[in-house]
Design a protein around this ligand. Structure first.
Ligand SMILES: C[S@@+](CC[C@H](N)C(=O)[O-])C[C@H]1O[C@@H](n2cnc3c(N)ncnc32)[C@H](O)[C@@H]1O
Length: 293
């Protein structure tokens, strides 16, 4: 993909500041955590349209080694920006897949990404650990699930499955039926639903928190992040009050958090799409990483 040099440099800089993925998602001790900072031309020097173009180019670049095709035929229905998860069409629980059909080895430790968007973040991880872990992405927008399925097929990965599901109502049944251990659950930059009367549309509701904690194996982990402080605080409050979880602030005497208890860097080795867009716009990402006792 042709790419302006400044974008390549931007990506390289961001990559250098990301820790590499460590086995079993333990936060590497060698990290000198520092937030990835956007340092290219200031927003006032570029139009919004130019900024959005650069931002989506950065996303494509971040995932360039997946070599995905962007000319897929998805039919004529547009990919919707948002859906209302409370509408009746999303109230039917997703059918539990035959795990033997979707994963080569359904006994491997599982990571579930709730609201996985395009699924590229999980594909990147799945490609790096083809024999060690399985990855399940739950996504409520059917069109992007369809695109993700085509990408997964192209990549010939048999340790990842992107499922069209309302995670709020389907997560429990899905993970309870999975034959292997649930190792890690992530909720990354969920839709904020800012208005108070719309908070009930947020994906992370109390029963989902309960289902996550109940199904994680001891030592299993939860990673949450948002570029919206209010949303991050909402997730933080819900997980902080779970006695069976502890937040990882310090590892091998290295401080992993800022003064307010937010993780200083993304421990996954790759940023999500929303994270790339938000950091490009100069936003801070608020992160918490929990471990089950
Ligand atoms: C802002 S996007 C973030 C996507 C990705 N996690 C990232 O960080 O780039 C939030 C995603 O969650 C999905 N989503 C919202 N509510 C959901 C629900 N109840 N179940 C599954 N996915 C949901 C949305 O369709 C959207 O793709």
């Amino acid at each position: 993909m042709a790419c302006p040099r400044f974008l390549q440099m931007e990506l390289q800089r961001a990559r250098l500041m990301l820790p590499s993925l460590s086995p079993f998602f333990a936060i590497p001790s060698s990290l000198s955590f520092s937030p990835i900072r956007h340092v290219s031309s200031s927003p006032s020097q570029v139009t919004l349209e130019e900024q959005q173009l650069r931002s989506s180019q950065l996303v494509a670049l971040e995932y360039a080694d997946l070599n995905l095709s962007y000319n897929l035929d998805l039919g004529h229905v547009r990919i919707r920006q948002h859906v209302n998860p409370l509408s009746t069409s999303f109230s039917v629980p997703a059918q539990v897949p035959d795990w033997n059909q979707v994963f080569a080895d359904p006994t491997l430790p599982l990571m579930v990404d709730i609201g996985c968007g395009s699924g590229r973040f999980l594909m990147w991880l799945a490609k790096r650990t083809p024999k060690e872990r399985n990855y399940l992405g739950l996504e409520i927008r059917q069109r992007i699930v369809k695109r993700a399925e085509l990408w997964v097929k192209d990549l010939a990965l048999n340790n990842i499955h992107i499922l069209f599901a309302n995670a709020t109502i389907s997560f429990k049944q899905l993970v309870e039926s999975y034959p292997g251990p649930l190792m890690l659950v992530s909720v990354l930059c969920p839709d904020p639903h800012f208005k108070k009367r719309h908070h009930k549309r947020r994906v992370l509701q109390k029963p989902l928190v309960g289902a996550i904690v109940d199904n994680l194996i001891p030592g299993g982990q939860v990673f949450v992040q948002s570029d919206v402080l209010e949303v991050a605080l909402d997730m933080r409050n819900q997980f902080d009050e779970v006695e069976a979880l502890k937040h990882i602030d310090v590892l091998n005497s290295a401080m992993l958090c800022d003064n307010e208890g937010w993780l200083l860097s993304n421990p996954m080795g790759i940023r999500t799409e929303r994270e790339i867009h938000a950091e490009f716009e100069g936003a801070k990402i608020y992160r918490r990483f929990y471990q089950k006792l």
